[in-house]
Design a binder for this molecule. Structure first.
Ligand SMILES: [Zn+2]
Length: 154
């Protein structure tokens, strides 16, 4: 499992110490996957993480960059990588990084594997979808890819 210190060492151009303090340890690998694509693309653009925290079983992630740096290509890649990061988090154990699903304990909802689950497993979780500038997508956890969804059926 990737550690937070490794990520700060690996991506000094886009991460500041402290940016990931509220990200659960099991999600460092998916943050690593995100920055493998995002770091080379956004180096020297003024990219800064604004929000990186756990919210209702998913990773709430926002960032900022001066508008002048945002080319069409950057917009397209970032739209995709931001959605991938969030949807991956809903399928990744917050403790250990293995495949996970939603668990409810009281009012708290977290994403964990069987071993780390606390409370009741959420069985009827709907497939997560996101609307993008180019249509509606869902996450295929097996292929680790976004898949287009017919918007009339949503
Ligand atoms: Zn786990």
């Amino acid at each position: 499992m990737t550690t937070v210190e490794e990520l700060y060492d690996r991506y000094p151009d886009v991460l500041y110490p402290g940016d990931l303090r509220d990200v659960p340890p099991g999600w460092m690998d998916i943050v690593d996957k995100y920055f493998e694509v995002v770091s080379p693309l956004m180096t020297d653009t003024g990219y800064e993480v604004v929000t990186a925290s756990e919210c209702a079983g998913g990773l709430d992630w926002t960032w900022t960059s001066p508008l002048s740096a945002m080319t069409e290509e950057r917009h397209q890649v970032m739209d995709r990588e931001d959605i991938l990061l969030t949807l991956r988090s809903y399928h990744t154990c917050r403790e250990c990084g293995r495949p996970g699903s939603g668990w409810a304990s009281g009012r708290r909802i977290v994403t964990t594997c069987e071993e780390h689950g606390v409370g009741e497993r959420i069985l009827d979780r709907k497939p997560l979808m996101r609307r993008t500038a180019h249509g509606v997508v869902r996450y295929d956890a097996v292929a680790d890819q976004l898949v287009a969804v017919d918007p009339t059926g949503v």
